[in-house]
Design a protein around this ligand. Sequence first.
Ligand code: ATP
Ligand code: MG
Length: 276
Amino acid sequence: MVDKSDTGLLEGVRRALYINILVCSAISLIVLALTIAALSRYQRQLSQAESRRYEMLCALSHDIRSPHSSILALIETENLQANPPRLTELLCNIKRYAVRALEMAEGFIQLARAETHDYKFELADIGKLLIDASDEIWPQAKQKNIRISIPTCETAYYAYVDRDLMTRVFINLLSNAIKYSPPQASVACRIECYEDRGKYIRCAIQDNGYGIAPQHQTRLFEKFSRFHTVDQPGAEGTGLGLAFVRAVIHGHNGNIRVESAPNTGTTFTISLPVFH
Ligand SMILES: Nc1ncnc2c1ncn2[C@@H]1O[C@H](COP(=O)(O)OP(=O)(O)OP(=O)(O)O)[C@@H](O)[C@H]1O
Ligand SMILES: [Mg+2]
């Protein structure tokens, strides 16, 4: 037999328990809401800081670019052949340095843009972007008599990408394949689809050039990393190309890996999710 006072006590305990649960849930909800608000405020501040950094870099690069463009224009107006050899050599050197400074400013702008992650995603055929990139790089390849082969496939490999940035990724990789290969070498591109908890596109750019020593491969994607061995002809560059490539691929939630062996060749393989 249950006493009336026991029932009252039980009811009281149950009510206290309900109130406790309600208060705890309310507190948890308030804490969660505050955390979400703080996180989104932090994310907003971060993206504002990134945009400011990008704008500052653009302004700075513009300020660096205009005097160097003027230097180049002035050199172009000089008739180099009409000058004494010493002066011609000096002007040629100034021209080379001005071109390098311009390339570096351009490299910084591209990298900063890649790091802002302010991308314009649209559906694009990756095979078509690869062809556009190889068209742009063609004069460089022709100069060294290097053949670039791209599969002529019926299939279109569509993915949501920033068309401009992704084309620049391919230009960078193809340009490296040409720069770091001897004349008459060949560059082969492959493209395919695969599934791994989602649809992906895999694209490989393979050269049979000078290759990269294993100890250098870990620092390959760092800014200003350049690895020249004495037996390689010097190739101009700023060392920002692969840092840009990695930033863009990561900005697309993809990944990039390299396989290389000295005097055998190098293959860069990119994996991109079709949807984000
Ligand atoms: N396909 C390749 N074969 C051999 N070495 C390579 C290849 N790609 C890159 N490298 C090495 O990695 C370094 C870094 O490449 P990265 O593209 O970042 O800079 P870069 O080509 O020197 O200059 P740029 O900023 O003009 O691209 C190169 O200097 C080169 O030593
Ligand atoms: Mg490069």
